[in-house]
Design a protein around this ligand. Structure first.
Ligand code: GDP
Ligand code: IMO
Ligand code: MG
Length: 421
């Protein structure tokens, strides 16, 4: 944490690395926690004091009374889902209206954006992306096409603007011959729009810069991961937002010179939900075992996450794209029982050996190194010194390959199961 600066905490793989847990753990150090990208496609799990929350659009700093949380301009927001989520947190006893600001420049996800998401996926057939169905792609497309609706629009002549964009979408859906029915969700959605008016809808970009000028500290919370980034991920099997450090600047309205630390978060192994190339994917009993121990089922959609060993080639690529200064390794405990652990150190493609991520990850075959496992229960350990030597060697191997230190090791889902080096 540096006063007057923004630190970023970014998923640097395919999402679900454990961002929510660590943002919540870091929150007491920061004055502000701000989401800068994505929307309800995210599912950030936080567990403390026997309570569990899965946040989608609300930043993971929301459980601290003294922290301001911001949904930044780079985000997309579905009023109905936001209302359901916010009510859940309020019902658990947290007065979130006092500590949550929403950028007027964030874009709104309409019910018809979700219908379009489903329609485009159906049209793609076997080539579908496997989206979360939350309307993310169509909403960011409308933003880029300069026809989207923003949070600030709900304060002025909204019914008319809504009807115009909805009509545009209906025309596309009808042209595609896609049957849809949004009547029920539209009712809840419009209720959500009214509900949102009870929150502080602000020029959060100005607020943030004013707070930075006063010496306040900001933690930018990433969503998704670098390999799902619209520019740097495995396009077209990606999400539609900028999930990287660059996205922090555009998604919050802060200058690059304001960024201090960049925390890159990854699991001790790899997962991916949805379609797209995944060279380290395991189709055998080991993959099933990792899924079972790690409970690798999507927090938003309940889908099986595809599992495999750690991919150092893509990790190094993501560290480069983001300028990661510290690494955070999650779910180390999931590998406790394995006698040997593999790491991917290169890809083989068309007779060539590659050590950087190529234009097209399809057809890349993972080349592995094998390391000894620790076969120790990590879940009760609380200090770095107490970690088994084989895990310290695993950590040293990763650091050596990537060239950035691992400063936090997570050994369980609870807020307290976090070892700071
Ligand atoms: P996010 O999207 O990056 O916030 O991650 P998710 O919440 O989607 O997925 C991470 C999952 O792993 C959640 O179910 C967490 O409760 C869980 N988790 C986080 N850290 C650890 C850990 O160190 N060990 C174990 N076993 N589970 C963890
Ligand atoms: P968090 O923040 C994991 C994946 C989807 C799909 C692709 C595009 O919890 O880490 P979209 O609905 O965004 O158009 O889907 O991206 N995806 C995620 N995978 N974690 C996420 O978020 C994800 N958000 C999107 O599965 O493959
Ligand atoms: Mg998640």
């Amino acid at each position: 944490m540096t006063k007057g600066k923004v630190d970023a905490l970014l998923g640097i793989v395919f999402g679900d690395e454990g961002k929510g847990k660590v943002v919540d753990f870091f929150t007491p150090q920061y004055d502000v926690v701000a989401r800068f990208a994505g929307g309800p496609n995210a599912g950030h799990t936080i567990i403390f004091d026997g309570k569990k929350f899965v946040l989608r659009s609300i930043p993971s700093g929301i459980f601290s009374e003294t922290t301001l949380n911001i949904i930044g301009n780079g985000c997309v927001l579905a009023p109905d889902l936001f209302m359901v989520e916010a009510k859940e947190v309020e019902a658990a006893g947290y007065d979130i209206r006092q500590r949550l600001h929403i950028s007027k420049r964030a874009h709104l996800i309409l019910p018809t954006h979700r219908a379009l998401d489903r329609a485009y996926e159906a049209l793609k057939g076997k080539d579908k992306i496997g989206t979360t169905g939350k309307g993310i792609g169509p909403t960011y497309s409308d933003k880029a096409a300069r026809v989207g609706l923003r949070v600030g629009d709900i304060l002025d002549n909204f019914a008319e603007k809504y009807a115009a964009l909805k009509a545009r979408h209906e025309q596309i859906l009808n042209n595609l011959g896609y049957a849809y029915d949004i009547a029920e969700e539209e009712q809840l959605w419009l209720e959500g729009v009214e509900y949102m008016k009870g929150f502080a809808l602000t020029d959060s970009e100005n607020e943030l810069n004013a707070m930075l000028a006063e010496g306040k500290s900001v933690l930018a919370e990433g969503a998704q991961g670098t390999m799902l980034d619209i520019d740097h991920g495995t396009y077209p099997m990606v999400s539609s937002s900028s999930t990287t450090t660059g996205g922090v600047c555009t998604g919050l309205g802060v200058a690059p010179s304001k960024i201090a630390d960049v925390f890159g978060i990854f699991k001790a192994y790899s997962t991916r939900v949805g379609s797209g190339p995944f060279p380290v994917e395991l189709f055998d009993a080991t993959g099933d075992r990792i899924r079972e121990i790690g409970h690798e089922y999507g927090a938003v959609t309940g889908r099986n996450r595809r599992c495999g060993w750690l991919d150092l080639v893509s990790l190094k690529y993501a560290v480069q794209v983001n300028g990661v200064t510290q690494l955070i390794m999650m779910k180390s405990d999931v590998l406790d029982e394995f006698a040997t652990i593999k790491v991917c150190t290169a890809y083989r493609k068309g007779g060539e050996t590659l050590t950087t991520v190529p234009y097209d990850l399809n057809g890349c075959e993972a080349v592995y190194e094998e390391l000894p496992g620790w076969q120790t229960d990590l879940t009760e350990l609380t200090t770095y010194d107490a970690l088994p030597q084989a895990l310290k060697d695993y950590i040293a191997y990763i650091e050596q390959y990537i060239g950035v230190p691992i400063t936090i090791v997570s050994v369980g889902p609870d807020r307290n199961a976090t070892i700071v080096r």
